[in-house]
Ligand binder design. Structure first.
Ligand code: URA
Ligand code: CA
Length: 431
């Protein structure tokens, strides 16, 4: 291990065997934290070649179980978002793409941060259960083309250990380490093709377009190196996505979008990512053709109906798709008035997300419990005009005293006198 650390410290390239050696040793606890910490810091400073990243990813995949989706007919396409504020796309994309014939066998996670993850959101649907055995999962995807469940098995234990170590050694923020961490989990989850939504901006992990692009390029290169067709879209997270931020509120927003009545940005992002998934899944020749298919399954209601069938199959109350008021509702809905007239120039996504978390919509630590009903529904986006006293957002809270949240939102939704253009949603597509 000392030789490996020295090699990376001196800027040399590690071999496949050397990478497998340290990942195996760290997983089996024969290599101590202090040596791996030193290696991580050397990687942080010296980076990794595309080949090294591919080897690291595969070594982490092989450290644990891998999901075998071969019993599911067709090309399985997965999607991953690097995370943002109010990102409800999975709830929409999964039924949307499945309704076009691409099997969606999705394993999702819980959230840490502004709001819950996809699993938390699904649990806002009464009775919905996210635990299926592998056999039930495969059977449901073969029958419905769609299942969204929690992670089962022991996937990428090496990544879990490494991530915890990175967290306490200031080595999280390394593009090769982030790219291999994300890709190891996607590859272990078994899909043939992967579509990545890499967010950039205030509410994202990657604050600049340059970093987002570097991360996207690394992940696409890793995917192609290990034989999984991988594509990425870089999308804007300088303001929250859609209007709703909060678990039950985002389920409602997803239902609206599946009805064709969703926010413009969220709908567009679903079309862009969905088109790539359908082409990757072999159901359309071009993204233009795929987009027409997506529009058709929204128009004829089949995507929404499929969402309802998945809910039913997984024990939930599918009546919510026609009556979202059956979802958990907060006791109070309180308006946030604009303090002056003008145009919305900036919405600090990260701080708006924190405001939602403070209401109880998200977890600050893993042990926190989420209040599924609460959150924020914006009424404006960047570029919209506003008149003094008009609401900028509605706070959904189970506590009447929300003065602090009101002033936070007033401070972080900026209003100017100049005309503002709306930021571009899709910054770039790669692969
Ligand atoms: N998300 C991950 O899954 N891994 C990282 O390293 C960073 C973000
Ligand atoms: Ca949203």
């Amino acid at each position: 291990m000392v030789d490996i650390i020295e090699k990376k410290r001196d800027g040399e390239e590690l071999s496949k065997e050397e990478i497998a050696f340290f990942i195996d040793g760290y997983t089996n606890e024969t290599i101590p934290d202090y040596q791996v910490s030193a290696l991580l810091m050397a990687i942080y400073f010296n980076g990794m070649t595309a080949e090294e990243q591919g080897h690291l990813t595969l070594a982490m995949v092989q450290s644990g179980d891998q999901i075998d989706l071969s019993a599911i007919n067709g090309i399985k396409v997965d999607k991953h978002s690097t995370g943002g504020v109010g990102d409800t796309t999975t709830l929409i994309l999964a039924p949307l793409v499945a309704a076009c014939g691409v099997p969606v066998a999705k394993m999702s996670g819980r959230g840490l941060g502004h709001t819950g993850g996809t699993l938390d959101k699904l649990e806002a649907i009464e009775g919905f259960h996210i635990e299926l055995t592998e056999d039930q999962f495969v059977k449901q995807v073969n029958e419905l083309k769609l299942a969204v469940i929690g992670q089962s098995g022991n996937l990428t234990p090496a990544d879990k250990k490494l991530y915890a170590l990175r967290d306490v050694t200031a080595t999280v923020n390394s593009i090769p380490l982030i790219a291999s961490s994300i890709m190891s989990k996607k590859i272990a989850a078994g899909a043939n093709a992967i579509v990545l939504d890499v967010k950039t901006g205030d509410g994202a992990f990657m604050k600049t377009i340059e970093d987002a692009e570097a991360l996207a390029n690394s992940m696409v290169a890793i995917g192609e190196q290990v034989g999984r067709h991988t594509m990425a879209v870089i999308s804007d997270m300088s303001q929250p996505l859609g209007y709703a931020i909060g678990n039950a509120l985002e389920v409602k927003e997803a239902i609206d979008t599946l009805k064709g009545e969703g926010p413009e940005d969220l709908t567009e992002l679903c079309y862009v990512l969905g088109s790539k998934m359908i082409v990757a899944g072999g159901k359309a020749e071009s993204e233009e053709e795929a987009r027409q298919m997506l529009e058709a399954v929204i128009q004829d209601g089949s995507a929404l109906e499929l969402f309802g069938r998945m809910i039913e199959e997984q024990g939930g109350d599918s009546k919510i798709i026609h009556d979202p008021s059956l979802l958990a509702q907060a006791d109070f809905q309180i308006e946030v008035p604009a303090l002056k007239s003008g145009t919305i120039s900036q919405m600090d996504a990260d701080d708006i997300g924190v405001a939602a978390m403070m209401l109880g919509a998200g977890r600050a630590t893993k042990e926190d419990t989420i209040d599924l009903a609460v959150g924020i529904v914006l009424t404006k986006k960047i570029g919209d005009a506003v008149v003094e006293g008009e609401p900028l957002a509605i706070i959904h809270s189970n506590n009447e005293n929300v003065e602090k949240t009101i002033s936070m939102l007033q401070n972080h939704i900026h209003i100017t006198e100049e005309v503002q253009t709306k930021p571009a949603l899709i910054i770039k597509a790669i692969g």
